[in-house]
Design a protein around this ligand. Structure first.
Ligand code: XIL
Length: 374
């Protein structure tokens, strides 16, 4: 009897606390639909995590991440500058916490990135001897990839090796080792991470000239007999200018080479820009307020354009779902996006599908609708 009463009291307490944790308590309620569930069976839905999110310091964002996404990429925690700041000295702190997050939440965990000319520590940029650079690559790839061999599902082995015209970017790796550095990087990664998928990742590689360069690069790896499993099209596009035909053609051409295709860093720029792409070393000098027009909110017409463009993109992704492994947004909500700081510092941008209060935007619903009315 006593026991039964306790039970009832317990139940009432739970009900009260559940109702208080809803909107009445000032907390944001989660959306009813979940991207990862809606697209389960089509492709993974990912997001990039910054350090605060890896540490789960903001409960509401943490809940949203777990409700909406089943894949995560470290926005910065695994870049060489962070993880390998001085020769042979590694700082695994943030990266360890990132993979622990993925393990705890049972999420597909993406390592970004092993070899990249940006966010590369100064000691590597200063290397001029082929042997030394090869040693660095070997040490870096072996140490990082082996450490996470049971927790990283996919590696962006090389990031952004190409120029816009499809020629080789003159990075320190290319300048010192020649174009075969890419073969060495993939070979080392295949040895160090035998179970992970290995990707080449770049922006604008849906565009014909750069795509042709990427195809040459992939064929070179395949001819050398080294493993490459996929291509990551970053997907930093601009509203009103989404190159849908180029994207479609690229999905077909890359998959015809036997590779899977992922959209790895999706966001849609809504602010003025005088160039397209995502070369983080390129910036616009700006003291013109016209470059930051939506400080007080996004006009409805732009919101609708953003939503329509996201809808078109996901319709295309669904059409080619058998070739697409994952679609990852570059950030959780608009407030977290790197596009608030690049290529112009201190702007108010709106490139994602959740607003600064973690509420789903029109674009979110348009994406969900592509499944309801394909
Ligand atoms: C960006 C991060 O989002 C920023 O926080 C950082 O300051 C610069 O790099 N292409 C990539 C990503 O492959 O690693 C970049 O991420 C965005 C462009």
């Amino acid at each position: 009897m006593q026991k039964e009463r306790k039970c009832w009291l317990g139940l009432v307490a739970i009900l009260v606390s559940v109702s208080l944790s809803g909107p009445l308590n000032g907390q944001q309620s989660l959306p009813n639909d979940s991207l990862k569930n809606v697209f389960r069976g089509d492709f993974l839905i990912g997001t990039a995590l910054n350090t605060r999110q890896i540490n789960a310091t903001d409960g509401s964002t943490d809940e949203l991440i777990k409700q909406q996404f089943n894949a995560i990429t470290a926005e910065n925690a695994m870049k060489a500058q962070v993880i390998h700041p001085r020769w042979g000295q590694f700082d695994f702190d943030a990266a360890d916490r990132f993979v622990a997050y993925g393990n705890r939440a049972g999420m597909y965990t993406v390592g970004h990135t092993l070899i990249w000319h940006s966010q590369l520590p100064a000691f590597v940029q200063a290397i001029t001897q082929a042997d030394s650079l090869r040693q660095f690559m070997e040490l870096h790839i072996r140490t990082v990839a082996q450490r996470y061999t049971s927790s990283i599902d996919s590696w962006d082995v090389v990031n952004e090796a190409l120029n816009e015209d499809g020629s080789w970017r003159e990075s320190v790796f290319y300048n010192v080792l020649g174009e075969d550095y890419i073969i060495e990087a993939f070979r080392m990664a295949a040895e160090a991470a035998p179970k992970a998928k290995l990707y080449y990742n770049d922006f604008n590689i849906e565009r014909p000239r750069k795509r042709a360069g990427a195809i040459r690069l992939i064929k070179k790896l395949q001819a050398a007999g080294v493993r490459i499993d996929g291509v990551g099209i970053q997907g930093h596009w601009h509203i009103g200018k989404i190159p849908l035909d180029d994207i479609e053609q690229s999905i077909l051409e890359y998959s015809a080479l036997g590779l899977e295709v992922a959209i790895t860093e999706l966001d849609l720029e809504v602010l003025p820009r005088n160039f397209q792409g995502a070369d983080i070393n390129r910036r616009m000098v700006a003291n013109d307020p016209a470059l930051n027009p939506y400080v007080n909110g996004l006009p409805d017409s732009v919101q609708q354009q953003l939503a329509a463009d996201y809808g078109r993109l996901f319709r295309l992704f669904l059409k080619h779902r058998e070739h697409i492994s994952r679609v990852t947004f570059w950030g959780v909500n608009d407030g977290h996006s790197w596009l608030n700081h690049w290529p112009v510092r201190g702007r108010t941008n709106y490139p994602l599908v959740f607003d600064r209060d973690n509420r789903p935007k029109e674009a979110f619903f348009k994406i969900i609708d592509t499944k309801k009315a394909p």
